[in-house]
Design a protein around this ligand. Structure first.
Ligand SMILES: NC(=O)c1ccc[n+]([C@@H]2O[C@H](COP(=O)([O-])OP(=O)(O)OC[C@H]3O[C@@H](n4cnc5c(N)ncnc54)[C@H](O)[C@@H]3O)[C@@H](O)[C@H]2O)c1
Length: 257
């Protein structure tokens, strides 16, 4: 029960990494607001948490819509006036180089992947101020080393790292910690969709596995474990950090093979 009695919000919690984070946090004693734009997925995650006798609240919302952000923030904090943990997982991928992607695509990716972290964090901080809190942002190793052919996505993930560092320093006096996680390939519906764009999805998956010296893709639960540590009081002296979780991929310099 490493998050006993904590109030948490997880965005993008309907699928993949966000889903695993929400389920793990609830199991560790948090009351989790499950935010996603897919009603079907939100309901499924809340039901799964309920079946495990843990606590969750459903919030069907688009994180790019400010009114919807205000609504789930109010819903989460109205009982206690407090928020302890925010995990920003909602995100989308985009494929294309700088030369072949229209700027409108960059606008759209930045709105979902970056602006939403800005607005949801802004809305959270007043509720964390009284006793401190933890914000965990889902960046990517593409934000560290770039990703040719995923230009808008990598740009957005680099911005998340800088936003994390900046906000960490801005709110440190209130004992609010802000960190980000940079996964390599994690086996989620988003990653599977990226394989399925290609002629031979199985070969694409096998090539991708080879980039990771540990010889496998990451699981959503691997990332949830790291998010749990960063969200918990065990990480109380850690802020502004960029935590790579990549099975050794960056070190082996195989990422862009
Ligand atoms: N899977 C990977 O290999 C990988 C690697 C690095 C970083 N990430 C990041 O981790 C995060 C989660 O990715 P995933 O692989 O679990 O993807 P996923 O597609 O399985 O889950 C993303 C969830 O975000 C939700 N979402 C998207 N836009 C939204 C919006 N505007 N409002 C509300 N919800 C929205 C989707 O409905 C979906 O349920 C993303 O930020 C992604 O960029 C993933």
């Amino acid at each position: 029960m490493r998050l006993a009695d904590k109030i948490a919000i997880v965005t993008g919690a309907g699928s993949g990494i966000g889903r695993a984070v929400a389920m793990r946090f609830a199991r560790e004693g948090a009351r989790v607001t499950v935010v996603d734009r897919s009603r079907e997925h939100v309901d499924a995650v809340v039901a799964a948490i309920g079946r495990a006798n843990s606590q969750a609240v459903a919030a069907v919302a688009d994180v790019t819509e400010d009114a919807e952000v205000s609504r789930f923030m109010e819903m989460t904090t109205e009982a206690t006036g407090r928020l302890d943990v925010l995990v920003n997982c909602a995100g989308v991928t985009a494929f294309g180089t700088v030369l072949d992607s229209p700027a409108s695509e960059l606008d759209q990716v930045l709105a979902i992947n970056v602006r939403s972290i800005w607005t949801v964090s802004r809305a959270s901080i007043p509720h964390m101020r009284p006793s401190g809190g933890s914000i965990v942002n889902m960046a990517s190793i593409t934000g560290v080393v770039g990703a040719p052919g995923m230009a808008a996505y990598a740009t957005s993930k680099g911005a998340i790292i800088t936003l994390t560092r900046t906000l960490a320093l801005e709110v440190a006096e209130a004992a609010i910690r802000v960190n980000c996680i940079c996964p390599a390939s994690i086996d989620t519906p988003m990653l599977q969709a990226s394989f399925e764009r290609l002629d031979d999805p199985d070969a694409a998956r096998a090539r991708n596995v080879k980039r990771h010296p540990l010889g496998r893709l990451g699981t959503p639960e691997d990332v949830a474990n790291l998010a749990l540590f960063l969200a918990s009081d065990e990480a109380s002296f850690i802020t502004g950090g960029t935590y790579v979780i990549d099975g050794g991929a960056l070190l082996a310099r195989r990422w862009q093979d």
